[in-house]
Design a protein around this ligand. Structure first.
Ligand code: SF4
Length: 364
């Protein structure tokens, strides 16, 4: 089964911390972008290719408009074997989500919505360049629910300006009160070249230790509410994990369309450059090496709560996991950073916090 990711490179305004590829975009640019996406999809089109997830990310797909999204989904239906139970997600911003948009994407087959909330505290949201308030988020969530889309994910951000434990709890309370099924919790990362990088010293952001405590706090609180911490930054009620994103972590095939979109398809990795003009003019993606190799598989599997399973590894690569991995893992198990159960190794929430160094130590 394959997933299709469509990058929508348009946003109403640029958030000061963001380095995703996006810009405001005029209506005529959105029209030419639609045509370029359809043309690109045609290049992959294969009626025998089973597609079970489609994900519109960005950027802000909701500013692209429901009609254009509908055209893309219809095209995917015609050109691929889109499964009846496919997960079709659209990312949106509460401020650009209205009734007409929700109705249209629902009609097109969208059955999952992911919203960039970041914080329920208006002062924190404003510092992130998000003009919408709590009421807008509530309204957007209820619009989706009214149309029968209740598989909704909200993003929470940790370590944002003015945030403290108390205000984080306020955000968690708010998310829980909305009855969503999935929550992503990301730590704010100061990206190069963004206004946040320029102003970093002046930003009233919590220190690293506090952010680590916040992360563990989110994991514990959501855990008590029945959410499974199924990936480093993701929590879901039973059966509501993101099927599309899980493909990335399980080294399954996905095709990414649009400037900056990456693909792992038929054993190859490739990506489109971060250039609207390149994409519109049909420039070929850049080859990025072989995909889904052993190291990559181990690295990605350890991002998941399910972890690295020796049996699955053997089935896939025809050999056992190196004994040295288990040996090193024992040291981390003693420190409560991971667990070993039979042939399975998985990180704990404390281990997730140090995942980069643990994973590279286990592999190298
Ligand atoms: S809405 Fe999302 S993609 Fe757009 S600028 Fe803000 S953070 Fe970046």
């Amino acid at each position: 089964m394959t997933g299709i990711y469509i990058h929508i490179p348009f946003c109403k305004t640029k958030c000061p911390y963001c380095d995703f590829y996006s810009f405001k975009g005029e209506e005529n640019q959105k029209d030419s972008y639609l045509e370029a996406v359809l043309l690109c999809l045609e290049g992959y089109s294969d009626r025998k290719l089973k597609v079970d997830t489609v994900y519109f990310g960005g950027g802000t797909p909701s500013v692209f408009g429901g009609e254009r999204i509908e055209r893309i989904i219809s095209y995917i239906r015609e050109g691929f074997d889109l499964q009846d139970n496919a997960e079709i997600t659209v990312e949106c911003n509460p401020s650009s989500t209205d009734e007409a948009f929700v109705r249209q994407v629902k009609k097109a087959g969208v059955n999952r919505a992911s919203m960039g909330m970041q914080s329920a505290v208006d002062r924190e949201r404003k510092s992130l360049g998000r003009p919408s308030g709590k009421e807008d988020i509530k309204r957007a969530v209820s619009l989706f629910k009214k149309e029968g889309i209740d598989n909704i994910s909200l993003d929470l951000m940790l370590g944002v300006p003015y945030q403290n434990m108390e205000s984080l709890d306020e955000s968690i309370d708010f998310v829980l009160s909305l009855g969503v099924k999935h929550i992503s919790a990301y730590m704010l990362k100061i990206e190069k070249g963004t206004p946040f990088e320029r102003d970093e010293k002046k930003l009233p952001i919590p220190d690293e230790d506090t952010v680590a405590d916040m992360y563990l706090h989110v994991s514990q609180r959501l855990g008590r509410e029945g959410f499974v911490h199924y990936e480093i930054s993701n929590f879901a009620l039973e059966g509501f994990h993101s099927r599309h994103n899980t493909k990335y972590w399980q080294c399954e095939d996905y095709i990414g369309i649009g400037p900056s979109a990456h693909s792992c398809y038929k054993g190859k990795r490739f990506y489109y450059t971060r250039s609207f003009d390149d994409f519109i003019s049909g420039k070929e993606p850049v080859y990025d090496g072989e995909g889904a190799g052993e190291e990559e598989y181990i690295m990605l599997a350890l991002r998941l709560k399910e972890g690295l399973d020796g049996e699955k590894f053997r089935e896939r690569y025809g050999r056992a996991l190196d004994k040295s991995i288990f040996k090193k893992a024992e040291r981390y198990e003693k420190r409560g950073l991971l667990k070993i159960e039979g042939e399975r190794i998985y990180l704990t929430a404390e281990g997730f916090l140090l995942s980069n160094s643990i994973i590279s130590d286990l592999i190298y």
